[in-house]
Ligand binder design. Structure first.
Ligand SMILES: [Zn+2]
Length: 284
């Protein structure tokens, strides 16, 4: 089984996780830029983080045979902080980099006017840089937050097939399906979706434009819940091809829209070197 985790924060994880993931067949990941828990106090903290997502982390992942790409954005949680907002002006230079396969995570946390502004500006950047967008939905008032996210995406002019609305559940999946956007689901040990609930949603809504991720980060989370969900699919009667579609071909299809997804190292090609000239570069 080959697994592509389309949303995982490896910066927060240990090498044990990489070892377990590679052994489980997790051969590719996308790491969205997000909130670090500790509030940032200036744009320099973002740019160091972005550099790490595009330099150090793919190198670290490669040591374990995992191919790593990233998405870059001002996350919703810090979109209202005047100390952080200047990073919006620095994003264009990062959105041009090879390993950046989407703008994200963007969207709402508390649905404030500042968040509206950052969300709209970053959707415009996605259009300008010809990148897909990864949209986080809020944990509180998720139904209203999802509805409003869909309105903002529709108004932006970014094509729905280039947008994933993430962290969905049984309540919010329907409207996102209807919109033509991709549906993203995060499988967590305690909250949000569980493998059996995910299997039910796949049964009911089908396998098209679905991304299933672990969203593992510094909180209670588990990078192997993608595997657990794949196994739950098989136990429920889905075929190995169905599993491959959800856990490999779908994320490849979504992020390939960036023109930068480079999976040539998946089969275990030569070791890249970090901070040297031989680090593997993306496709375009
Ligand atoms: Zn996340």
């Amino acid at each position: 089984m080959r697994i592509f985790d389309p949303h995982i924060h490896m910066t927060s994880r240990t090498t044990d996780d990489y070892t377990r993931m590679a052994a489980a067949g997790v051969l590719a990941v996308v790491e969205p830029a997000f909130w670090l828990g500790q509030p940032r106090t200036g744009p320099g903290s973002f740019t160091d983080y972005f550099d790490s997502l595009l330099g150090w982390e793919p190198y670290r992942a490669a040591q374990f045979g995992v191919v790593h790409h990233a998405t870059v954005a001002l996350n919703p949680k810090e979109a209202g902080d005047p100390r952080c907002r200047p990073v919006l002006d620095l994003l264009p230079r990062y959105l041009d980099k090879d390993r950046v396969v989407a703008v994200g995570e963007i969207g709402y946390d508390s649905m404030t006017p500042d968040e509206d502004d950052a969300f709209e500006r970053q959707l415009a950047l996605a259009i300008e840089h010809e990148l897909p967008a990864l949209v986080h939905t809020p944990h509180r008032d998720k139904a209203a937050g999802t509805r409003r996210s869909l309105e903002v995406v529709a108004a932006s002019g970014l094509a729905p097939e280039r947008v994933t609305i993430d962290h969905l559940n049984e309540v919010t999946v329907g409207p996102v399906k209807d919109s033509g956007c991709w549906t993203g689901f995060s499988i967590y040990p305690e909250t949000k979706m569980s493998p059996p609930r995910m299997v039910e949603i796949l049964r009911r809504y089908g396998l098209e434009r679905v991304l299933v991720n672990s969203a593992a980060d510094w909180g209670v989370s588990d990078p192997l819940l993608t595997l657990a969900t794949a196994e739950a699919m098989l136990a429920a009667g889905f075929t190995a091809d169905d599993v491959d579609r959800v856990f490999w071909r779908n994320p490849v299809e979504f992020y390939a829209q960036s023109g930068r997804l480079d999976l040539t190292a998946v089969a275990g090609a030569a070791e890249p070197t970090f901070a040297g000239s031989s680090i593997r570069r993306g496709g375009s």
